[in-house]
Design a protein around this ligand. Structure first.
Ligand code: ZN
Length: 291
């Protein structure tokens, strides 16, 4: 990737039968601005609910055919592990993300099992996910170890885009805090668009901006209008790509783009990326959504 190339990744989180109507509203709002490639973050067994949706799966097939990407976003999207760790960890899991961080506290073997379940669900539909986004962007040490053994090309946390490589020395992590809305409460709906604007401004000269949309965003016209305004501004400066295309472009860069890369923490034993300080310096807890 050249030093001047600027990319935009727009993703739809929590894609599942239960959220499908809102996902469609989001996509319609995006398409009203521009017909850009999207990354759909699909949850195979969302909240362990029983619904199946052949219509959703058919639509996702069409999306793939037109150049969109389907990414694995956990298995159930629920943190089912017992409470443990320090106060900070319990706050993150119980309050900050409302027990949605499925991969926050898993042991390596259980993380591997759930990744395999997710990939098998994708394979049954003829899909092969090339990237993984942990629910609530929370990824514990056991889950990082399990991910090292997979063939995923990238993993994203809240603050970083991690390009994975079979050679640990060649992996890289690009700082790119997600632009995201907190739709679940009134103050979040008022404040989070301002934070998103500030994040976009902060990232104006950086190689990658990530715009992460969640199904509840679609229920608030003021957020939908803001989504469309932000997209128009960003698309005037940036090329919209799927996350896997982004991973290829960033991974192919021979030099760190604009000083934004660092050795990927995936390979730094014992480090849990979602707990890194930069996660909070740009995005306070009150504005962060449940996933
Ligand atoms: Zn999610």
């Amino acid at each position: 990737m050249s030093q001047t190339e600027q990319l935009l990744c727009v993703s739809i989180h929590d894609v599942a039968p239960a959220t499908w109507p809102d996902c469609l509203r989001l996509v319609q709002a995006i398409r009203a601005v521009a017909d850009i490639p999207l990354t759909w973050l699909v949850v195979p067994h969302y909240h362990f609910r029983p619904e199946r949706s052949p219509q959703m799966e058919a639509c996702l097939d069409v999306a793939r055919a037109r150049g969109d990407e389907l990414c694995l976003h956990g298995y159930s999207h629920l943190d089912t592990e017992a409470n443990g760790g320090g106060l900070r960890g319990r706050f993150l899991r119980n309050v900050y993300t409302r027990r949605e961080g499925e991969f926050a506290a898993l042991e390596e073997a259980e993380a591997r099992r759930r990744l395999e379940l997710g990939m098998a669900w994708f394979a049954e539909r003829g899909w092969t996910p090339e990237g993984f986004v942990p629910p609530a962007w929370l990824l514990g040490e056991g889950s990082w170890r399990a991910l090292r053994a997979t063939s995923f090309k990238y993993v994203t946390t809240f603050s970083h885009f991690h390009c994975l490589d079979s050679d640990p020395k060649r992996g890289k992590a690009v700082l790119s805090p997600s632009m995201v809305y907190a739709a679940r409460n009134r103050s979040g709906r008022i404040l989070s668009p301002r934070v998103a604007d500030a994040t976009a401004h902060m990232l104006a000269r950086r190689p990658l901006v990530r715009f992460s949309l969640h199904p509840p965003d679609a229920r608030y016209p003021e957020l939908v209008r803001h989504i469309q305004q932000v997209l128009e501004r960003l698309l005037a400066q940036r090329e919209a790509v799927t996350k896997i295309t982004c991973a290829h472009r960033l991974g192919a860069a021979s030099e760190p783009p604009a000083g934004l890369t660092s050795p990927t923490s995936r390979h730094a034993s014992g480090h849990t990326q979602n707990h890194s300080p930069d996660s909070y310096s740009v995005h306070s807890a009150g504005y962060r959504p449940s996933c």
